[in-house]
Write a protein that binds this ligand. Structure first.
Ligand code: SF4
Length: 209
């Protein structure tokens, strides 16, 4: 790893090392459902929906029994609720009938589930199974590229480059650090470069003090 990347990671750890995921969950099934719900919805809003939902519906069978309409009523305050209800019902069906009620522990299998892309699959592996993975969302993509740690045009390319550059033990923690940098300082519009601890190291051509 380049010295500069090492230094960036040290600073990220210092500043965001105490922060993790805001999603609330108790097991891999709950992470999976919460993450499907989190598309275009804040983690706080997802928690508001999932906390009461999981109290009474904490398994694929119980959610499947709700049906699409019943589930929609419970998740409708999350964006894209109709599509999400449909995908979650399909996912529960597949888990029950094709995966023996087990959450798969491989990206390839997880992405066979409706509404589950590579990012969601990586979150399930990383957050609930401790399997090294680098979920690349919009914050990870933006900050890793602006800093110059990777030079990638897509989320997948960003993930592949990060996998090569970073030691496995840093995959999960660095995912959180990039996200918190993006949420708190390196915002999409108007990044707060003047207060950013990474200003000197950052390669973003539009950074402004
Ligand atoms: S200096 Fe600006 S662009 Fe670079 S990481 Fe910090 S906030 Fe983002």
């Amino acid at each position: 790893m380049k010295q500069k990347t090492k230094k960036i990671l040290e600073i990220l750890k210092e500043n965001y090392g105490h922060l993790g995921s805001e999603l609330k969950f108790r097991n891999s099934f709950e992470v999976l459902i919460a993450t499907i719900l989190s598309a275009q919805c804040t983690d706080k809003q997802v928690n508001k929906v999932t906390q009461p939902l999981f109290e009474t519906h904490d398994s694929p069978e119980k959610i499947l029994a709700l049906g699409e309409e019943g589930l929609y009523e419970k998740i409708k305050t999350c964006g894209l609720a109709k599509t999400k209800a449909k995908n979650i019902i399909l996912t529960c069906e597949k888990l029950i009938y094709e995966f023996d009620n087990e959450i798969p522990n491989e990206i390839e299998k997880l992405t066979e589930l409706a509404g589950v892309g590579r990012k969601t699959a990586s979150i399930v592996l990383a957050f609930s199974m401790g399997i090294p993975a680098i979920p690349v969302d919009t914050h990870v993509f933006r900050t890793a590229n602006r800093l110059g740690i990777v030079k990638a045009k897509t989320a997948l390319a960003t993930e592949m480059q990060l996998r090569k550059i970073l030691p496995e033990k840093l995959w999960i923690p660095s995912h959180h650090w990039f996200i918190w940098l993006g949420r708190m300082t390196c915002k999409s519009q108007n990044p707060r470069c003047a207060e950013c601890k990474l200003f000197e190291l950052c390669e973003f051509s539009e950074k402004i003090k």
